[in-house]
Design a protein around this ligand. Structure first.
Ligand SMILES: NC(=O)c1ccc[n+]([C@@H]2O[C@H](COP(=O)([O-])OP(=O)(O)OC[C@H]3O[C@@H](n4cnc5c(N)ncnc54)[C@H](OP(=O)(O)O)[C@@H]3O)[C@@H](O)[C@H]2O)c1
Length: 334
């Protein structure tokens, strides 16, 4: 089979395109023939800074993939050959709070990922693809989709009538916008691009702020909420935006912190003064993924795919992500 491997700190250009043996499924494992991958900012960072992320030797990148079960190992009961499946980001996090074992089972990080024609998944590291979704669409769910769901609904506890602030129009934020709409949650969404803001409006974003035009966008958010602030922020920006997000959230509000897009420093005093609940989030467990899939199915939500890049040209997917010109998800098709 063909596979891509990370080679030192060679970055995107240094990705190797190699031949590997098709693996055999052991007990409790399934062999999946991949049909689609999706790319996350985390995958780009892993490829660009492999050593700093503790990756030595050759590692197959990418956490997110969907495909067909080709063969099952001994004891597998949940899947059979021919089933359409999507992998879970963590191969060992069935439910409950996160733990070190789960962290060590993240695809495309501590263990090989899915940018290959075939991959082994744990039986409990995969789920059936919701009927209404294609392989390309399903491949967008494991990281960005589930993170958005967790940030908004599970850890984020947003309810109909709440106002949520979404930053930018990448994978996580666009998913959060789609989910918020069907839950009756008002959104204020920021972007650096007027075109992307217009597309976000088409997805139901209620209020829009161009953060390039208004560097003090937190003041606009306060205006748009009558001086109260939002109930929840899905914080994908990280250190460079967190201070503004704290300024834009209401007293006693919540911030779901997932992002590392920007660097900087912030003074935590206002987190304390406003009694803000700041929750770090790392994707989510398998049972949460299943709940999200049920919601996507009931509401007929289809992920927003910006571009599908052919497997042979997979490096272009990371270059596109690096350019940040995309809206929603970038997919690699096999
Ligand atoms: N902890 C977790 O479990 C988890 C899971 C998934 C993602 N993440 C993190 O969440 C972040 C987003 O991931 P992603 O996959 O959605 O990335 P992505 O698709 O690459 O999104 C990038 C977009 O973010 C927006 N952005 C960049 N700088 C911004 C800023 N200063 N203010 C507001 N928006 C800004 C831009 O939107 P515009 O072009 O519209 O301006 C850009 O296009 C990354 O840091 C990623 O590592 C964490």
């Amino acid at each position: 089979m063909k596979a891509y491997i990370i080679q030192g700190d060679g970055g995107i250009d240094g990705l190797g395109f190699v031949e590997r043996e098709i693996p055999k499924p052991g007990p409790g494992q399934i062999l999946v023939r991949l049909k689609a991958n999706s790319v996350n900012y985390r995958d780009l960072m892993t490829i660009k800074n492999a050593a700093a992320r503790g990756i030595t030797g050759s590692r197959i990148p990418d956490s997110d993939g969907a495909g067909v079960v080709e063969e099952i190992g001994a004891g597998v009961t949940e899947f059979k050959s021919g089933d359409r499946v999507v992998g879970t980001f963590f191969q060992d996090w069935p439910s409950g709070p996160i733990h070190n074992r789960a962290m060590a089972s993240a695809l495309g990080g501590p263990i090989d990922g899915l940018l290959a024609e075939y991959a082994l998944l744990n039986e409990r590291g995969a789920l059936p693809i919701p009927d209404h979704l294609s392989y390309e669409e399903a491949a967008t769910l494991p990281c960005a989709g589930l993170t958005a769901w967790n940030c908004l609904i599970e850890a984020g506890q947003a309810r109909a009538g709440d106002t949520v602030l979404l930053l930018g129009t990448g994978g996580v934020s666009v998913f959060a916008q789609q989910m918020a709409r069907v839950c009756g949650i008002r959104t204020i969404l920021t972007s650096s691009s007027e075109d992307k803001l217009a597309r976000a409006r088409d997805l139901g974003a209620n209020d829009l702020v161009n953060y390039s035009r208004y560097p003090d966008w937190e003041e606009k958010v306060m205006e748009l909420t009558g001086g109260r602030g939002v109930d929840l922020v899905v914080e994908v920006g990280g250190a460079g935006t967190l201070g503004k997000s704290v300024a834009a959230v209401r007293v006693g509000g919540r911030i779901s912190l997932v992002g590392v897009l920007t660097g900087g420093q912030m003074d935590p005093t206002s987190i304390m003064r406003k009694s803000v609940c700041l929750q770090g989030i790392y994707v989510g467990p398998r049972d949460m993924f299943a709940r999200m899939n049920a919601a996507l199915k009931h509401n007929n939500i289809h992920p927003v795919i910006d571009t599908v890049v052919d497997f042979k040209n997979a490096k272009d997917a990371y270059r596109l992500m690096e350019s940040a010109t995309h809206f929603g998800k970038i997919v690699i098709g096999f």
